[in-house]
Design a protein. Sequence first.
Lengths: 111, 117
Amino acid sequence: GQNIDQPTEMTATEGAIVQINCTYQTSGFNGLFWYQQHAGEAPTFLSYNVLDGLEEKGRFSSFLSRSKGYSYLLLKELQMKDSASYLCACPFYNQGGKLIFGQGTELSVKP
Amino acid sequence: GAVVSQHPSRVICKSGTSVKIECRSLDFQATTMFWYRQFPKQSLMLMATSNEGSKATYEQGVEKDKFLINHASLTLSTLTVTSAHPEDSSFYICSARGGTGGNQPQHFGDGTRLSIL
């Protein structure tokens, strides 16, 4: 079976750094996606990791350790607009490419 | 980049009504689209995988006769919620992959907020 776990809520201060963790147990691994979702809106793509290590993209970075079944999303220089839900998801290409999502981490950025 | 358009964005209707939601890939062809449902403060739950020219693949617990999916072309999939009831009120989102490479993300429509009175 598949299980993707992430914290439900996090709070951080504007200008700070926050790390959102995601652990996964899947039958087969084809990479891991991170999405951002603002309330009432559709998710938007942030990053994709399939190899171990850190992928940096501006203020956002994503890390993967396949041996530990672990990923994190790192957000630097937090801004108020970063308040959103962050979803990690694993694709299953032998099942049409469907995504299985974690429950999402609701991040609140305080001034 | 890949754009997915979903329509309508909001529907309010009476119990017993059937509601059709359209999902279009605007600048790419999508042999596979996905339909999700999301309740407040919860994550996306995959309902079904929509396959062009063939039957949809439904996730466990999703009633295929309740949620009819048609994928008539490479750019259009529709979800019809038949005889909708208040418990069907939710946020419905479709998505499609912009390519077949392993790193191709799913791109999401803007979602449809369905409210059944």
